[in-house]
Design a protein around this ligand. Structure first.
Ligand code: APR
Ligand code: ZN
Length: 376
């Protein structure tokens, strides 16, 4: 029985920026009031983990337990926790849902702000940490820290899901898949019969394609500089492809105008480059085309276009976590997967033990993986 006790377990620790993670034995303190301790069974590895590990995140604090695409089982709960109990299967949420803040009460947004500042600082809502290793405290990450056999999250950052669902697959609903799928359905609200285009055919882009298809798009273009991505994108519902490198003398805007009747109804940027963000906007149809930014650009970057683009009816949007109000939506997305409405297995390129987590980062950087899932 571990309830109320410190747990020693394995974790991948990032001691400093730009260094590989090392597998350590860490101590995980019991959950305090309003917190949940979770035995993590699986976690995806995502770009935001790499971004922080590479030292690009201005908020990033070290040493830290990274990871935010996890799935696990509740081990114990702190005082006052009512929404989950030991034994529940859960997915940690980097976008929480408190049901109470101004943002949670507004149907137009999913950006709960209740614990925003402490989460950004890498500490629990009471300002303290639950992890130690070799006598040092470790920071938390995105309210999740899933690169550990045990973690502690705020109750408002935990969604209870169907215990039948395989956690080594549905953990990916904690970030990339939900983000792309929701951007098409909630943010862009893609309409039936429309022509869509998706820049970047990684996990996020594939999930956008899945959302566009679910919404009844008649054509879905995939845009990527790596043509090896096209076949998988076709399996997700893409119908046409553009490799900008095939047109060295033309801008993508010129290419799109020559291939279509005035541009796309909806475009999505799933790369994180301000150049492709501009291109995706300017490839929208005059009068009604809408472009949604999903990719995360480097800190300090700025987007630009001629205001004429907007004056003549194009719309520029963005969304985080697919616009889903997280605790309400993630259990439903898991159900959609169980009912075979939503693909998830197809996103998992590699399943690796914790000891090979640095390989997962390499597969992501070299484009070899859609996603790698670490199993504990
Ligand atoms: N033009 C077209 N495609 C590009 C370009 C470009 N200039 N640069 C990169 N790509 C393609 C890559 O070839 C790759 O297929 O974009 C794709 C990105 O996919 P992944 O690296 O697998 O990224 P993913 O996990 O889908 O995340 C995409 O969303 O979460 C954010 O920070 C993340 O910004 C990243 C984005
Ligand atoms: Zn809230």
């Amino acid at each position: 029985d571990t309830i109320g006790k410190v747990i020693s377990c394995k974790a991948a620790v990032a001691w400093e920026p730009k260094k590989p993670l090392t597998i350590e034995t860490i101590e995980v303190a019991p959950p305090r009031a309003g917190e949940v301790r979770i035995k993590i069974l699986a976690t995806g590895v995502c770009h935001t983990d790499a971004y922080t590990l590479d030292g690009h995140d201005p908020e990033g604090a070290f040493p830290v337990v990274l990871g935010h695409e996890g799935g696990g089982i509740v081990e114990s709960v702190g005082e006052g926790v009512t929404s989950v109990a030991p034994g529940d299967h859960v997915i940690p949420l980097y976008t929480p849902q408190c049901y109470d803040c101004k943002f949670c009460r507004n149907p137009k947004t999913n950006l709960c702000q209740r614990i925003r500042s402490t989460q950004g600082q890498g500490v629990m809502p009471d300002g303290t940490k639950r992890f130690t290793c070799k006598g040092k405290e470790l920071f938390h990450f995105m309210g999740c820290s899933t690169f550990s056999e045990y973690t502690v999250c705020a109750e408002i950052s935990v969604s209870k899901v169907d215990p039948q669902a395989p956690l080594d697959k549905v953990c990916l609903l904690g970030c990339g898949i939900s983000t792309g799928y929701g951007a098409a359905l909630n943010t862009a609200k893609v309409s039936e019969g429309s022509i869509c285009a998706v820049w970047g055919l990684g996990a996020v882009g594939l999930a956008v394609i899945m959302g566009c298809k679910a919404a009844g798009a008649s054509q879905i273009y995939g845009v990527d500089i790596n043509p090896a991505k096209f076949e998988t994108a076709r399996q997700f519902g893409a119908t046409d492809f553009i490799n900008p490198k095939d047109y060295p003398d033309k801008t993508i805007q010129e290419v799109v105008m020559s291939l279509t009747d005035g541009g796309f109804d909806y475009t999505f940027e799933c790369i994180g480059s301000v150049h492709t963000m501009r291109a995706a906007l300017e490839c929208c149809h005059k009068g009604w085309g809408e472009s949604t930014i999903i990719g995360v650009a480097a800190a300090g970057q700025e987007i630009s276009t001629r205001p004429f683009q907007l004056v003549t009816g194009r719309v520029w949007r963005g969304s985080a976590f697919g616009g889903w109000k997280s605790r309400d939506a993630v259990p439903k997305l898991v159900d959609e997967y169980m009912n075979k409405k939503l693909k998830v297995d197809e996103f998992v390129t590699f399943t690796l033990p914790l000891g090979q987590i640095n390989d997962a980062f390499e597969y992501m950087h070299t484009g070899k993986s859609i996603r790698s899932v670490i199993v504990f």
